[in-house]
Design a protein around this ligand. Structure first.
Ligand code: SF4
Ligand code: SF4
Ligand code: SF4
Ligand code: FES
Length: 672
């Protein structure tokens, strides 16, 4: 526990925790100290010197973003001398900065503009210096214009902390330049176009290249929701005007491990404007024709009435929990149809549901077992970035087996992941920390390796260790969380756990055999799945956002809300519920699966419940008893996650700008 210190800022008495910077202490007390390079959550850089304050007893002002409070400190933030220094700093920066606020994209959110206004610096009093650096404009996502750079260093730090290491300073002082290795354009570097650097740049030196819909900052409506393109389900902020998405950023304004989104989450919104399904469509004379909802519901309900238990439903792991509950109810109660398939059941079974909710961000030790994820291949990229950022701030990591985290680990246990996990657990048990009978029995007689003994010391010392493993290793890895801490299954789709908790499960063999089963009279597909062929004898309904090749073969196509139009809940891999809200309404004729099932039930004179918040809470209370599992890999849960995610997100990946990225990356990164 840190100590509480008593300080004074502008004669106001303040209690603050030891270790807090003066700038943070002032913010906590509601006192704003002007700053440019400081970013809440990021260790102070001390580059701009705008945040200077006077501390009683010190001869010269100090930078408040890098100076920590001390007991009894008396600080002044608003003397006329300090205001003069700040005006001078802004004046100097402006002498090297393009003065084009009229057309600058960051106008309205630019901190430099804000302070130039505050200190009434209309024109710099110094001789203007123009660098005339070339602009890196050769990719469809990010514009890098070093002429605007104020050398705050935020972009370098954020890119370095997450392990991508693309940007760095070249040179020193006012002629320093932020650049890439050999000054190459971003697309010729290892840049993944995550845009983390854009989110932290306080000026126009790094900016999003605007998509089709250009607008001024003050016209934009900003709403927060979650991305559903992968298991990370990142929090996003969608900026839109008149239902057109202009930009997507991380939902977090401060710098924290979770303030990361990848290129799919940031730029994938193009897909909702490409080949949208604009109304229900019915096949007549070999062609799909637009129809009304009532006509489509009538036709589908007639077909379902005939097929009943020979109906199969298939969806993917980003279906919202409310829709999953409705699907379960409709299939079981209305049709007595038990054939519900989901792509998430390819890698989630009962043993992959964590026994308790975990807090990834409170980890004081990571144990990463056999996990192959990464930002360059966009396989759970946010989880990769989050782990790297937390480790960079000092949290130790034990890497186990074949994983991409070996180079940032404190201890690596080599060899097969299961053997290594068993060895580590045995080393901990030998010190008397295990009580679970199964674990004790399974590790009996196992001689731990030296690496495992070394790692066990870190585990024993930790208060909140978090073990993360892919689904096939999860049961074995979760044995550690019985001793202490938490276990997280790295599931690939946003609501994989939500679907499983809602009862949408199927055997993997059933899923794989789905298309071979000619006895299904009706196939009802929601969202993109791995199914790409249609049997001529099966009446096929596709509920989708975009008219892809599979939808073009369907007998009925229904318009599905896009990621940005959905409202409902997902339950992520830490068992945390996340509520999505509809942030744009591009096509109001789209209906959520739960609405369609209600309409179909009505048409069939049956009743189904509309799921409520209490139903989600009930699911989360489902307790899985935590008991030791056998140390073995569950081979039946092994999938090619990249292939699965790319197939499910094919509309997103093949959308305008991301298509360019996919093609550019083929030559740079191998997609496994
Ligand atoms: S987009 Fe991401 S990877 Fe590329 S330079 Fe910026 S922070 Fe680094
Ligand atoms: S590019 Fe932006 S974030 Fe990076 S140092 Fe320059 S001003 Fe700061
Ligand atoms: S990491 Fe996954 S959830 Fe996060 S922005 Fe990217 S695709 Fe979306
Ligand atoms: S905000 Fe402190 S030096 Fe820039």
């Amino acid at each position: 526990m840190s100590k509480t210190l008593n300080i004074k800022i502008n004669n106001q008495e303040i209690e603050v925790q030891e270790g807090t910077t003066i700038l943070d202490a002032a913010e906590q007390a509601g006192i704003h100290i002007p700053n440019l390079c400081y970013l809440k959550g990021m260790k102070g850089i001390g580059a701009c010197r705008l945040c200077l304050v006077e501390v009683e007893g010190l001869k010269t002002p100090v930078t408040s973003c890098t100076t920590k409070v001390k007991e009894g400190m008396s600080i002044k933030t608003d003397t006329s001398e300090l205001e003069d220094i700040r005006k001078f700093v802004i004046d100097l920066i402006l002498s090297m900065h393009p003065m084009d606020c009229m057309t600058c994209q960051k106008a309205g959110i630019c901190r430099l503009q804000e302070y130039a206004f505050k200190y009434e610096v209309q024109e710099s009093n110094y001789i203007r210096k123009r660098w005339n650096y070339s602009t890196d404009n050769l990719n469809p996502f990010i514009v890098r214009d070093p002429d605007y750079c104020i050398h705050c260093g935020r972009c370098v730090k954020v890119c370095r902390d997450q392990g991508t290491n693309v940007l760095d300073f070249m040179g020193r002082g006012i002629s320093a330049k932020i650049t890439t290795a050999q000054d190459k354009p971003l697309h010729e570097t290892n840049c993944t176009f995550c845009g983390s650097c854009v989110d932290v740049c306080p000026v126009n030196a790094l900016k999003d290249k605007i998509g089709d819909f250009k607008d001024r900052e003050w016209n934009l409506t900003k709403s927060k929701t979650f991305c559903t393109f992968c298991g990370d389900s990142c929090a996003i902020e969608v900026s839109s005007n008149k239902n057109h998405i202009v930009r997507i950023n991380s939902a977090y304004k401060s710098y924290e491990p979770k303030s990361y989104i990848c290129a799919y989450g940031r730029y994938g919104y193009d897909y909702i404007y490409e080949n949208p399904v604009k109304s229900p469509m019915i096949r007549k004379d070999g062609q799909l024709w637009e129809s009304s909802w009532s006509e489509a519901i009538k036709l589908i309900s007639e077909k379902l009435l005939q097929s009943k238990n020979t109906t199969a439903f298939i969806t993917n792991g980003s279906l919202l929990t409310e829709d999953a509950l409705s699907l379960f109810d409709f299939a079981n109660e209305v049709l007595s149809a038990r054939h519900i398939f989901t792509t998430s059941a390819l890698y989630v079974d009962d043993d992959v549901i964590p026994a308790k909710k975990s807090d990834l961000y409170e980890a004081d030790l990571f144990i990463i077992a056999g996990l192959k994820i990464g930002q360059s291949q966009r396989m759970l990229p946010a989880l990769d970035a989050i782990i790297r950022r937390i480790v960079k701030s000092g949290t130790p990591l034990i890497s186990i087996g074949d994983t991409d985290f070996v180079n940032i680990s404190s201890v690596h246990i080599s060899g097969d992941s299961i053997t290594a996990l068993k060895s580590l657990t045995s080393a901990i048990c030998k010190e008397g920390y295990c009580t679970d009978k199964n674990t004790l029995k399974d590790t009996e007689g196992v001689e731990p390796t030296e690496e495992a003994i070394e790692a066990s010391k870190l585990f024993i010392k930790a208060t909140n260790p978090v073990v993360i493993a892919p689904p096939d290793l999860y049961a074995s890895a979760s044995n550690l969380s019985i001793i202490k801490g938490f276990a997280i299954p790295a599931t690939y789709e946003a609501n994989a756990l939500g679907l499983s908790l809602a009862g949408i499960e199927n055997s993997i063999d059933d899923y794989k055999n789905l298309l071979n089963k000619k006895d299904f009279k009706v196939l009802y597909v929601i969202g993109n799945t791995t199914i790409s062929e249609k049997s001529a004898d099966t009446f096929t309904i596709v509920h989708t956002t975009t008219l892809d090749e599979f939808a073009k073969m369907a007998d009925v196509v229904l318009p599905l809300p896009s990621t940005y139009e959905m409202s409902g809940t997902i339950i992520d891999y830490t068992l945390t519920p996340k509520t999505l809200i509809s942030v744009v309404d591009t096509h109001s004729y789209r209906k959520a699966p739960r609405e369609v099932f209600k309409m179909l039930a009505d048409a069939l004179d049956k009743e189904i419940k509309i799921p409520r918040e209490s139903d989600i809470k009930r699911l989360l209370k489902t307790k899985t008893k935590q008991k030791g599992k056998a140390f073995e890999r569950n081979e039946s849960l092994v999938v090619n996650p990249s292939l699965l995610i790319d197939t499910i997100n094919s509309a997103v990946i093949n959308s305008n700008r991301l298509k360019w990225l996919e093609q550019t990356e083929v030559s740079k990164f191998s997609k496994g």
